[in-house]
Ligand binder design. Sequence first.
Ligand SMILES: Cc1cc2nc3c(=O)[nH]c(=O)nc-3n(C[C@H](O)[C@H](O)[C@H](O)COP(=O)(O)OP(=O)(O)OC[C@H]3O[C@@H](n4cnc5c(N)ncnc54)[C@H](O)[C@@H]3O)c2cc1C
Length: 387
Amino acid sequence: MQSAEDLYRLGEKIPEAERAVAAKVRDYCDTHVRPVINDHWERAEFPFALLEPLAALGVTGGSIRGYGCPGFSPLASGLVSMELARGDGSISTFMGVQSGLAMNAIALLGSEEQKQRFLPGMARLEKIGAFALTEPDHGSDAVALETTARRLGDGYVLDGAKRWIGNAVFADYVVVWARDAHETVGAYIVEKGTPGFEATLITGKIAKRASWQADITLTDCRVPAENRLELSETFADAAKVLGAARPNIAWGALGHALAAYDAAVRYAGERQSFGQPIGATQLVQYRLAKMLADITSMWLICLRLAELADEGAMTAPIASMAKMHNAEHALRVVAEARDLLGGNGILLEYDVARHFVDAQVVSTVEGTDAVHALIVGREITGYSSFS
Ligand SMILES: Cc1cc2nc3c(=O)[nH]c(=O)nc-3n(C[C@H](O)[C@H](O)[C@H](O)COP(=O)(O)OP(=O)(O)OC[C@H]3O[C@@H](n4cnc5c(N)ncnc54)[C@H](O)[C@@H]3O)c2cc1C
């Protein structure tokens, strides 16, 4: 059966250079990730062996220029996120934290010395990063974070707790957001092995099982002054990092939807019922058409996002609407695909079940669906409904 994945010929909008970047990431996923990821997912094990070939792609650091990073266009950067998520949501989550959050925090808020010290090793994936903003009592309202930073001698002392922190169990550099005595929110890089830092793996997850998140406690955790990201001054700086990463979440949602759609189209051509392929029935064609329309709308949003980012015209509501729309539509597509595969839709080997549950996380991380709707709602009405 023909996939007709790109009915609107949107691929023609992607220049050769960007297409080549996407192709090599897709090849990495097909060759390295997909053959092994179901086992890792089932055992909830992080796929450490996939990091070396991932590093060799030279895509870590995305749009960051210099410091060993590729300096991609927003389009290339988005396509990397899309292809990684299309391959697997756990590996894309790892990269989202490493490249999108931890490295971007240093690139956007670090001094020249800090960028030179931390970024090159992270771009080679020799050093792993984490981004610790969420707390046990503050997720959507991370602005109210309670972790404290106290000046002591020529450094700082961090105390508090963080929750859901990706990569933190094995990270070399954890970017911890904390509030000082002047109520100033800043970012502090806690290096691996620092006394007072403890990360405990969160177990029992039903999604993104091959990526690792942790509960963190910081108890009298001492950080040298040179590890405070120099330009981090308010919570708005944390929001700036999240804002820079957000378009890639919208692209990642598209990746999950594409993987599930491809599997559904394949299955519709193969699976016989009542003496014919299910893809020959009106109902299944109707559902595939709806899925393709959803996917096309996600593509259009992603391509426009990349154009706006290229023009320097990206705003919070623009990124929020993309994240909100694509996460919601990805959920619809993966749910349809799961159902179209019948019983096989819940088996990992059919390549839909993993995307079905992983897409749930896309709608929660880096701002839930509701939070992004409220950001767009504020733009529409002029009223902030957050407080
Ligand atoms: C797999 C995974 C990986 C993650 N990785 C990281 C990471 O690396 N670093 C990090 O810092 N964080 C990370 N997070 C945390 C993530 O960003 C938060 O889960 C997210 O911001 C939501 O916060 P919460 O879970 O506390 O939900 P809550 O904020 O408690 O929200 C619960 C519900 O209430 C709704 N809600 C909240 N406020 C409002 C409102 N004003 N109006 C209407 N509805 C509202 C929400 O939409 C949601 O439906 C991760 C989470 C997951 C699940």
